[in-house]
Design a protein around this ligand. Structure first.
Ligand code: CMP
Length: 143
């Protein structure tokens, strides 16, 4: 089953949006497979955003991600990567539709509340980076 990596960024945690965001993924029908509140250091944030290292906003982005705890999650379900991106909304909150997380809760591209993997392959890499210990597994089919 497809999985994606979702991170509630420091502004989302600080603004008490964790429950709201988790609720949106739960109510859509996705399954929570991994969840932790973590503070990462610059080296780790640079690995997560390695593809953006040439961007002019890279240093500011890394500083922002290390500024406070983030909620790292793995969500599972049919088309969860693409549908998760729809639930999150466009990267720039000026373009994200009302009803999406960024459309409802953000106005600044540098403080856009949440990250979601952009493709199945990046989800696989991001889950391996953030959850090297693995994720919880159901041990029976009773659920
Ligand atoms: P995210 O989905 O985490 O992926 C990369 C992040 O870079 C993005 O969300 C934004 O937070 C950030 N970002 C993208 N473009 C800009 C920009 N022009 N200025 C500042 N931050 C940006």
């Amino acid at each position: 089953m497809e999985q994606t990596f979702i991170m509630i960024k420091p502004d989302g945690v600080q603004r008490n949006l964790v429950g709201e965001i988790i609720g949106r993924f739960e109510k859509k029908g996705f399954t929570l497979k991994g969840l932790k509140l973590v503070s990462v250091d610059s080296a780790f944030a640079e690995r997560h955003y390695a593809d953006l290292s040439a961007k002019p906003f890279f240093n500011a982005l890394v500083e922002y991600i290390v500024s406070g705890p983030v909620v790292a999650m793995v969500w599972e379900g049919k088309n969860v990567v693409a549908t998760g991106r729809k639930i999150i909304g466009a990267t720039n909150p000026a373009e994200s539709a009302p009803g999406t997380i960024r459309g409802d809760y953000a106005i600044d591209i540098g403080r856009n509340v949440i990250h979601g993997s952009d493709a199945v392959e990046s989800a696989r890499k991001e889950i391996a980076l953030w959850f090297p210990e693995g994720i919880a597994e159901w041990r029976s089919s009773a659920h």
